[in-house]
Design a protein around this ligand. Structure first.
Ligand SMILES: C[S@@+](CC[C@H](N)C(=O)[O-])C[C@H]1O[C@@H](n2cnc3c(N)ncnc32)[C@H](O)[C@@H]1O
Length: 372
């Protein structure tokens, strides 16, 4: 099968997690960059990546990478690509993307130029003056970052954080990919107890349960690759292979929240994700949190002043919670927060820190490893 270079865009800060996931899946030439990880493989590999990757946002073919400072350079660089390898006769090819820190600043103008250049290339290869676009869609995505143009053909459709289990979410829900990335950064694999004492819609414990069971995150959803010739079979085979690798053991995974409505939503989401038997939810106040006695991982995304409630309330809450965790000697703990004073409120400095973006919010993921 023909090999391609694929690009898996990630939330800034999770590149290393996605790189490890791809290596674990056996992909070749895996290399992390700012906000993306590249790898080499066949469309069969792409199907495996779509079904199994937990922390990446998409999987797409990297069709071209070149420097462009003018519309002419953008046009010529785009026209030189063998688009007929990716866009069959009769397919529509909508274009979307963005420009960052580049001479080419207008994304709308870039969309028009790229579309025109692809149409010229396909028109000459398919000997057509007007291209028919009535049969199928190939979404083209571009990035112009510091004058380097990246042209991609998407294989994903809805972004990968849309697993298909969370139609309902409470205020300020976390992306599923970020939740999974944090669970992986905490090195939780299902052996120890797991707690999220401010679970909201349940995203973190649900992703922890999927990881504990080795259940692939993409089993419930459709991918654009399935609309390619032979793509549906590749995705079906990747899903079957993933199902055969699932475990079923006893797990101690719990989410709690002070808001009873959040607990209802979290239970419904867990049911949809197929982990209702693996994770339990209950209403509880984190100011009275009792850490598990044995080895455990506690992971949370507390309300921060800038998103929910006010800054003062968040400080009091985190001081009380920090006091409850002070004697938990066998607990690893991870906290995602946009509040710079978080570690002062908790009363301890983190062992490790990582900057990540939660939506548009610059956050710190503070990790406390107890060395158990
Ligand atoms: C940022 S949200 C968590 C979002 C969650 N990770 C999700 O994906 O939906 C913070 C949560 O903390 C909860 N919370 C606030 N004060 C609390 C307290 N004292 N005890 C427990 N939960 C609390 C809120 O109800 C809210 O659901």
């Amino acid at each position: 099968m023909e090999k391609h270079i694929f690009c898996a865009p990630t939330i800034f800060g999770l590149e290393g997690v996605v790189r490890d996931e791809l290596k674990h899946l056996g992909m070749e030439d895996v290399a992390g960059e700012e906000g993306r990880v590249l790898f080499r493989g066949t469309l069969e590999d792409a199907a495996a990546a779509l079904v199994n990757l937990r922390a990446a946002e998409r999987v797409q073919i990297l069709a071209a990478r070149f420097e462009a400072r003018t519309f002419e350079e953008l046009f010529e660089g785009t026209r030189a690509v063998e688009w007929e390898r990716y866009i069959p006769r009769g397919c529509a090819f909508p274009v979307r993307g963005h420009c960052v820190d580049s001479q080419l600043m207008s994304a709308n103008d870039c969309v028009s130029i790229i579309r025109k250049a692809i149409a010229v290339r396909l028109g000459s290869v398919y000997h057509a003056e007007r291209l028919d676009e009535s049969g199928g869609v190939r979404q083209i995505r571009f990035t112009v970052l510091r004058d380097i143009v990246l042209l991609h053909v998407d294989l994903t459709g809805e972004p990968l954080h849309k697993r298909g289990y969370r139609p309902h979410a409470m205020e300020a829900p976390l992306r599923e990919t970020l939740a999974a990335g944090m669970v992986l950064l905490m090195r939780y694999r299902g052996r120890d107890a797991f707690r999220d004492p401010m679970c909201g819609s349940g995203t973190i414990p649900i992703e922890a349960a999927l990881i504990a069971m080795n259940r692939a995150p993409g089993l419930l959803r459709h991918f654009s690759l399935e609309d390619w010739e032979g793509g549906a079979e590749l995705v079906r085979a990747a899903k079957d292979a993933a199902r055969s690798r699932e475990y079923s053991k006893e797990y101690d995974i719990e989410g709690s929240d002070i808001d009873p409505e959040a607990i209802e939503v979290a239970r419904e989401n867990a049911r949809r994700a197929g982990v209702a038997e693996t994770v339990r939810f209950r209403r509880a106040d984190a100011r009275e949190f009792v850490p598990p006695e044995g080895r455990a991982c506690v992971l949370l995304n507390p309300p921060y002043g800038v998103r929910l409630g006010d800054g003062f309330g968040a400080a009091e809450l985190m001081k009380s919670f920090g006091a409850r965790m002070a004697s938990a000697e066998r607990c690893d703990m991870g906290i995602l927060s946009a509040d710079p004073e978080l570690e002062q409120w908790i009363g301890r400095r983190a062992t490790k820190r990582r900057r990540v973006y939660n939506g548009m919010l610059k956050c710190t993921f503070s990790m406390y490893f107890c060395g158990k």
